[in-house]
Design a protein around this ligand. Structure first.
Ligand code: F6P
Length: 306
């Protein structure tokens, strides 16, 4: 039972007090016996009824919401809440967690400017986001990056290098490059630190270091790269994320009260609305190539390597 005592004071915290796993798909649970993957969904449904639960409010990213949808099809009354720093859930302009990650990444980029300017270097920040470039685009623009590389626009490193050399020529002796972990060169593949295995999805990473080496070679400038990694997922949520999470929570309770299940709460500014789970799961909301922020960044001279 959750009581007010359990939740008072947690507004300013990230993470979860309930416990979570990204390896716990009950429809394909990896076990280390000769029998391999198990389907524990029947047991979950049985436990749901045994506990006398009335509804399940499921908070998470696409993997979580897809599992929620499968349970919904098994008759469990589900309401989903989109929460991921990647901001890649279809049907909602924002997921909570995204703004906090962008705020952290922007602060990190601000700090990289110090060394970049002092030592006339190219400083590279690799940010998260999986196959979507939202964090890179928003933090890159907010942090004044000179190059932003995102998965949606496969890059040509020679074009990036040329634009950074041009900065040198007009007197800017430093450059800041923001690279999404899912960014990849035209004709190349996504850089992985670990392939998918045993119920784990593939882990992205390493493209920042590759871009750093390539730019050092192509520009002759000193380059350094930093991976912001899980720092983007920690710490206190921003006020915007707290407000969004609170609004999502309010809407989720309203949907439960109305018996409107198989839904996900979503932000459709200025409103919080409900979407059908089947319309949003299994898809990825990437940055549209005609997104106004992308076009404005290009107009301001930011290179995307295309
Ligand atoms: O989906 C959120 C996310 O933080 C991604 O941006 C990142 O690729 C991934 O999770 C990292 O997962 P893990 O914590 O399992 O390494």
């Amino acid at each position: 039972m959750l009581t007010p005592r359990d939740v008072t004071g947690i507004l300013r915290l990230g993470g979860t007090i309930l416990g979570t796993t990204n390896r716990g798909n009950p429809f394909a649970y990896p076990v280390t016996t000769s029998e391999g993957i198990h389907d524990y969904s029947d047991r979950c449904v049985e436990m749901f009824h045994k506990l006398g639960l009335g509804a399940l409010i499921v908070i998470g990213g696409d993997g979580t919401l897809a599992i929620a949808h499968q349970f919904c099809e098994r008759g469990i009354p589900v309401v989903g809440v989109p929460k991921t720093i990647d901001n890649d859930i279809v049907g909602t302009t924002n997921c909570f967690g995204f703004d906090t990650a962008v705020a952290f990444a922007t602060d990190a980029i601000d700090r990289l400017h110090t060394t970049a300017e002092a030592h006339h270097r190219i400083m590279i920040a690799e940010v998260m986001g999986r196959y979507a470039g939202w964090i890179a685009l928003y933090a890159g623009v907010a942090g004044g990056a000179d190059a932003i590389l995102i998965p949606e626009i496969p890059f040509d490193i020679a074009l990036v290098a040329e634009d950074l050399r041009a900065r040198d020529r007009w007197g800017a002796k430093f450059s800041i490059v923001v690279v999404a972990e899912g960014a990849h060169p035209a004709g190349g593949t996504t850089s992985l630190v670990q392939a998918a295995r045993d119920g784990y999805v593939e882990r992205l990473g390493g493209i920042g270091a590759q871009v750093s080496e390539a730019l050092a070679g192509a520009t002759g400038k000193e380059t350094r790269s930093v991976v912001l990694g899980h720092l983007q997922r920690g710490g206190a949520p921003t006020s915007s994320d707290r407000v969004l999470a609170t609004r999502f929570g309010g809407k989720a309770v309203e949907l439960v009260q109305r018996g409107d299940f198989g839904t996900m709460v979503a932000f459709d500014p200025p409103d919080i609305v409900a979407r059908r789970l089947e319309d949003v799961v299994g898809k990825t909301k990437t940055v549209p190539l005609d997104h106004d922020l992308l076009l404005t960044a290009k107009a301001l001279g930011v290179t995307f390597g295309d």
